[in-house]
Ligand binder design. Structure first.
Ligand code: UD1
Length: 342
């Protein structure tokens, strides 16, 4: 019988790509999502790609009774992947209580339910933001955790601690904390991708919307950083590669008795790419020009950060494979698909 997995936030950007990979790997998926930042139509995309429509519960993970009735209605869930969280750094500075409430209550509710319903493991979506501005690059999982620069970042640090403390207290569960670098791109089918609400905050959706003429020009936030071309450097990881890492993590967590109760992995490519290089890579791989200007630095930005992904490569047996130019072509194909749908 297929192992049943609960994917919270499963109609969102990373959640939908992970649902596809889980189903293709033979897992049975139940999604809960409150559709606050995603659309029910995403289920059609998942079904078109995989031939399977995942079970779907519209509801809020912050409501523990909703969760309990989900576990009663879908008995036998063995693992959880927790994507249901708010993730806009700027918004978190304006609405800190919303972020703490949403991101922490949902996690605590899931943890509380796990022993009650025999759920053995939870994969948690953490972020490289926990490392702050690193002392040196690239960084592995032993790099120090720096004070968070936003409530959003703080929720990731606190969530990691909540999970570890709960397990230390003797809770009969395991967890894998995945620290994502910068997930970008879309599914090669162009049937699912990122659906930003309003004006995008993140680089790649802003870039593809500018290329499509929805935005007048992209602003590069600063070209006076201490980097070779002066723009910030990130580790851009293809969202399908990222999704596959969750399948590897779930397999490791549920199917091995001798792994540590809490494990941490960086999910990145191991390559640092600057904002300017990314724009050039997009233009080269799609043949589409992106009007841009250089603007001031954005408050709170880290100058440069990229991963040593060796632990994930060696222990999870997973490696980021998609070259960044192919990822950008897929992001563009998705943007074009969105324009056709309108
Ligand atoms: C941020 C968060 C990260 C979070 C991610 C997703 C921090 C330090 N980082 O990543 O934890 O998981 O968002 O929400 O909290 N840029 C431009 N022009 C734009 C947009 C972005 O030049 O219009 C630049 C930024 O200055 C940055 C790079 O592009 O140097 C990437 O920005 P973005 O895509 O927003 O991601 P991060 O800030 O790296």
């Amino acid at each position: 019988m297929a192992t049943k997995i609960l994917v919270t936030g499963g109609t969102g950007y990373i959640g939908s790509h992970t649902t596809v990979e889980l189903q293709q790997a033979g897992y049975e998926v139940v999604i809960i999502d409150n559709l606050s930042n995603s659309s029910i139509d995403v289920l059609d995309g998942i079904e078109s790609i995989t031939g399977i429509r995942p079970a779907f519960v519209e509801g809020d993970v912050c409501d523990i009774e909703t969760l309990r009735s989900l576990f009663r209605a879908h008995p036998g869930i063995k693992g959880i992947i927790n994507f249901a969280a708010s993730k806009a750094v700027g918004e978190s500075v304006e609405k800190p209580l919303l972020y703490y409430r949403n991101n922490l209550n949902s996690l605590m509710n899931l943890l509380e339910c796990m022993p009650e319903y025999g759920v053995r493991g939870i994969v948690f979506s953490s972020s490289c933001t926990v490392y702050g501005e690193p002392d040196k690059n690239p960084i592995d999982e032993t790099a120090p955790i720096k004070p968070a620069t936003s409530p959003y970042g703080n929720t990731k640090q606190i969530s990691e601690e909540i999970i570890a403390d709960f397990i230390t207290s003797g809770a009969p569960i395991k967890s894998i904390l995945l620290r994502y670098f910068n997930p970008v791109g879309a599914h090669p089918s162009a049937l699912i991708g990122e659906l930003p609400n309003g004006v995008p905050n993140n680089l790649v959706p802003y870039l593809t919307q500018t290329a499509a003429g929805i935005r007048k020009e992209l602003t590069v936030f600063g070209n006076d950083y201490n980097t070779p071309d002066g723009s910030c450097i990130r580790d851009f990881i293809d969202v399908v590669d990222l999704a596959k890492a969750h399948v590897a993590a779930m397999h490791r967590m549920l199917d091995n008795d001798d792994t540590d109760a809490v494990e941490i992995f960086n999910l990145g490519t191991g390559r640092g790419v600057s904002v300017m290089e990314l724009i050039e890579g997009f233009e080269r791989s799609t043949g589409v020009k992106v009007p841009y200007k250089i603007g001031p630095r954005r408050a709170g930005d880290i100058e440069q950060i990229w991963a040593i992904p060796d632990k994930a490569n060696n222990v999870l047996g997973w490696k980021a494979e998609v070259p960044v130019e192919e990822t950008l072509r897929k992001a563009w194909a998705w943007q074009c698909h969105l324009a056709e749908r309108k």
